[in-house]
Every structure is written in C-alpha cells, then in structure tokens.
Design a protein around this ligand. Structure first.
Ligand SMILES: *Cc1c(COP(=O)(O)O)cnc(C)c1O
Length: 223
C-alpha cells in the first residue's frame, strides 16, 4: 500500500473547489512526510499534544487543522500555529481561542461544529445555539477570531439516504447562517467541512467544500 498512490486516487475523486484535509492522527511522521512529498500540505489531527509534536518536527509550511474535540485548557498549546480549528462548539471555547490568539497577536480561524446525527455520541451545536453565539455581545467584541464556516459529522450508518439528509441539513444551516451573519466583522463563511473516508462522496453531493480523509489515504488506524 502506498500513501502517495492513495492520495492521488482520493484527489482524483474530489469535485472542483473541495479542499482535502489529510487526517494523519495516530500516524507517524514518516507517513506524513510521504504525503507531503506527494504535495499534500493540509493535515488534520484530533489531539493537541500529538499535533504539536508533529508541528515541531515537520516542515513549517504544513497547515495544521485541529479536527477533534477541544478542551479549553489546551488551546494555548496550539494557539501559535494552528491554521483551522474545526470542532468549536461553545461560546466559552470561542472566547478562550480569541484570548489565546490575542496573546500571539494573530487571528485564529474556526469552524463551528453542528450536531446533525441520529446518535448522542457526537458533539456539536443545534441551530438555536449556533445563532445564539453569532448574536451574542461577547462574540461581537472578539477581534482575534474569524468564523470561516461550519463542520459536522453524519451518523455512522449504511443508510445513505439518512447520511445525505444530514449533510444537506448542514448545507442548509450554512446557507441560512451566511445570509444572516456574514456581514459581521469576525464572520466570513466559506467552508463546509463534512465528509470522511466512508461518506465524503455523499458529502460533496450535498455541497461540502472541505473533506477530512484519513484511512483512505493512510490505511486503517490501530488505536
Ligand atoms: C478520524 C476523523 C476523520 C477521518 O476519518 P477516516 O474515516 O479515517 O477518513 C475525519 N473527521 C474527524 C472529526 C475524525 O476524527
């Protein structure tokens, strides 16, 4: 199995305008280096410590995306370098990211995570909670954060109709949010992060602009 070959095959299936995040969690630096040599520059990790170790030892033009659940007390470890945080799901977390970004004199780009699945194991906001963040006074005062889009995960199921329904729900919430909130100074909605190895084709049919693909590129993970 060759990572560069897998990467090439995945890229050929992407629709125009869809950005690939190569999900390298649990994989060694050598695997990332192979994808890097094949031209990949965006990598996704779900643990801040692991991502920071990789950031420190790998080329500095890599864009690191945090795709996992983020604990507030760990934001500081990635604030200097993280390029996009996908899983933001509370005002308190947005506040902490803004605060750490300010310390580093930069703006950190984030996606707000929506809950669209039929499972209670997945994190995320509902649309009312999402609107509450956009409309809050606290959010209006934040100068070091930019909300660039929305992220979600579909239910883990074989039922493709259900998966599509969920992805299309995210697309609809994205369109509504863009209409209502894109004029805000710290909102610039352009990214819909949805789709993983097993469901990214369905996600693209529903308007995904960013897919997060791990096992189809790097092989299965052994936890
Ligand atoms: C692990 C992970 C992925 C990639 O999953 P694959 O099935 O390996 O493609 C995508 N998104 C999130 C949030 C993940 O945790």
């Amino acid at each position: 199995m060759s990572i560069s070959k897998n990467l090439h095959e995945v890229k050929q299936t992407l629709l125009d305008g869809v950005t690939l995040v190569a999900v390298s969690k649990t994989k060694p630096n050598a695997a990332i280096e192979e994808a890097y040599a094949a031209g990949q520059r965006i990598f996704g990790e779900n643990k801040i410590q692991e991502m920071t170790d990789k950031y420190e030892s790998l080329p500095k033009d890599i864009e690191w995306h945090m795709i996992g659940h983020v604990q507030r007390n760990k934001v500081k470890y990635m604030a200097e370098y993280v390029s996009l945080i996908h899983g933001v799901e509370s005002l308190k977390l947005v506040q902490e990211i803004n605060k750490q970004a300010e310390k580093h004199n930069r703006t950190i780009s984030c996606l707000l995570q929506l809950f669209i699945a039929q499972e209670d194991t997945k994190f995320g906001l509902d649309q009312t909670e999402l609107n509450a963040i956009f409309e809050s006074e606290e959010f209006a005062a934040m100068k070091n954060i930019e909300i660039k889009g929305l992220m979600a995960m579909a239910t883990f199921t074989e039922d493709t109709d259900e998966i599509k329904k969920e992805f299309c729900t995210l697309k609809q919430i994205f369109d509504e949010s863009k209409n209502k909130y894109n004029h805000l100074p710290n909102v610039n909605l352009e990214i819909i992060s949805m789709g993983m190895s097993n469901d990214y084709k369905l996600a693209m049919e529903c308007g995904s602009t960013m897919v997060r693909i791990g096992s189809s590129i790097f092989g299965n993970r052994n936890y």
